[in-house]
Design a protein around this ligand. Sequence first.
Ligand code: TRP
Ligand code: SF4
Length: 334
Amino acid sequence: MSKPIIVSGMRSTGKLHLGHYLGVIQNWVELQHKYNSFFFVADWHALTTKYDKTEELRQDVLEVVMDWLASGLDPDTSTIYVQSHVPEIAELNIYLGMVTPQNWVERDPTLKDMAKILRTKEGQNSQISYGLMGYPVLMSADIMMMNADAVPVGADQVAHIEITRDIARRFNNIYNTEFFHEPKPLLNKCSLICGLDGNKMGKSFQNDIKISDTEEITAKKVMTAITDRSRLRKTDLGHPDECEVAFKYWQIFGNCEEIAQTRQDCESGTRGCADCKRMLGAKINERLAEIRERRRYYETHPDEVKDIISNGDKKARERASEIIKQVRELVRMY
Ligand code: TRP
Ligand code: SF4
């Protein structure tokens, strides 16, 4: 019996941070053995908002793949590829676009959020491109290209998967077939990590810790993490539950004993916040040591990374060409 298929992707935003690692990649690493897994870098999706800033796009793709490999995605187990290297996706995107009612994409809540962010960044008059409107259809093409059974994503992407299911069902209805599966979202069970300032961790908010940051930079960044704002001196009794960021990080990176000890030292006023964050920084570095070592290996062996990608591209295209052949038959485009 063959394993069910999962597909997931990330936009090529450059070096990834701990939010990506804890929230998504760790989950993929666990799932990759249970499923026939396809993971790709969505460089076309990156283009929907960065079409005028493409200088770094190629390097960004490599950075993402290096972070994945460092985090434990195994290229012998998973198929790791680049979206734009599989042109069949673009063709499927056309067919799916034809069967997708315009109001399905217009009411996509994730797209609405993206439009809002774009307007705050680039002014009220910024136009949403036709390509950005097509974001959920292209995402459906990514997923349906492998005729996936499930899509491991964070909660913010679930609305998109709902559209994919609707599109798959509609395609099947229109062409009188049961060819496409209706892929289910596989919600990550991983912990959400906030940024150093207590807001959502994000590259553009400059509140993130990168997988690829050095130990020194990590330690320095951790020193800026928000703590219990009411605590001014080391001897003030602290309130871990009101420690907005540092204690939350302890709960992610420490073991039970360390978390309990931190709570005790904080509440009794025997550990100052600076000391506490120094210990925390060391803890985070310890947890990431192996990943970072692997990343340095790939950084110094870029040809190996490129080989991994072209092997993945080839495997992805093998599957994609079978699927697109059948789709052409169904749509009568031959
Ligand atoms: N929209 C996803 C994100 O922003 C990336 C993505 C593109 C994706 N295509 C996909 C995720 C297909 C899952 C499946 O992270
Ligand atoms: Fe937070 Fe640690 Fe300071 Fe307590 S001692 S407030 S847990 S940083």
